[in-house]
Write a protein of this length. Structure first.
Length: 300
């Protein structure tokens, strides 16, 4: 399928870097390039597009339903009203927003290959995408930090682990996420009434690119690895401390061997008598009786 006409973008200037992602919060406005002969060509076959739409729609639906189920479960179950579960519910809310505000539009954009919803929707979609995805990643860090404190400083942190503290942690996550999504709006090139063909984030500003990638990806990743490594080490050491040090085995009833050809064995009865507790017949009372079969081969 080919389209020519006004809705196309001019070819990139000579010497531009095409291998590097040079994008804007909103792409450049459309130009009347009918005289330039620019052609938009869609090389993806229709069956593959349909399959892609169905797959992405199923992923979006599964994400929406699963996170809605988590939120409803925490809300309706009083026993789950704990600071740790509040953090998990907040993560579910964030992912639910991604599935509602970001994924449907992203599906359409991926399938069509062009942006057709205008500048305002582009700004809203990009800000929602960056904010919610960053908040989702940071929620994972907050949950890991909460678990780390609960394991390494259980006594003192149990008193500090309150709903108010969880609310503060959630608020900080959203503030930091918004601080990452807002800066591109201050240097976007296209105006609200202009038509755009692509809806991308401007990465021409090196400082912002470093700030956003480190704050939204690299630092959270390293923090998660460090926290869960410490949690694993601490949990493993506690399990080893709680396991009793068994230097030997105490036998109450055991058979030490199985008869084999060419070996002899003896059976010994080990009796424990209750002191000064005669029976009615006058014979001693045996409380425990253990028979141990010892092999001559083992004795040698």
């Amino acid at each position: 399928m080919e389209e020519t006409g006004a809705q196309c973008a001019p070819p990139p200037p000579a010497g531009s870097q095409t291998g590097v992602s040079q994008v804007n919060l909103s792409a450049a406005p459309s130009h009347n390039c009918s005289t330039e002969g620019y052609v938009y060509q869609d090389s993806v076959a229709l069956p593959w597009k349909v399959l892609l739409v169905v797959l992405l729609a199923l992923i979006t639906l599964a994400t929406t339903l699963s996170n809605a189920f988590v939120i409803a479960t925490v809300y309706r179950t009083r026993k789950l009203h704990t600071p740790a579960n509040y953090l998990i519910a907040s993560l579910a809310v964030t992912d639910l927003l991604v599935s509602i505000l970001v994924m449907p539009i992203s599906t359409m954009y991926v399938v069509t290959g062009r942006w057709t919803l205008g500048q305002v929707v582009c700004d809203f979609w990009l800000s929602s995408d960056i904010t919610c995805c960053t908040a989702s990643i940071l929620h994972l860090c907050v949950i890991a930090l909460d678990r780390y404190w609960a394991i390494t400083d259980a006594v003192e942190y149990s008193a500090k682990r309150t709903p108010k503290r969880a609310a503060v942690m959630i608020a900080l996550v959203w503030v930091f996420s918004i601080s990452i999504s807002l800066p591109p709006f201050f240097w976007r090139q296209a105006k609200a009434e202009e038509e755009v063909l692509d809806c991308l984030v401007n990465t021409d500003h090196i400082l912002y690119t470093v700030y956003s990638t480190v704050g939204a990806f690299y630092f959270p990743t390293l923090l998660l690895i460090a926290l869960y490594s410490r949690i694993y080490v601490e949990a493993r050491s506690r399990i080893l401390k709680q396991t009793p040090n068994r230097t030997g085995k105490r036998l109450t009833r055991a058979q030490l061997m199985t008869d084999s050809p060419g070996s002899t064995s003896s059976v010994t009865s080990i009796n424990s008598r209750a002191p000064d507790v005669p029976s009615e017949s006058g014979s001693p009372v045996y409380v425990n009786q253990v028979k141990v079969r010892v092999s001559d081969a083992l004795v040698e």
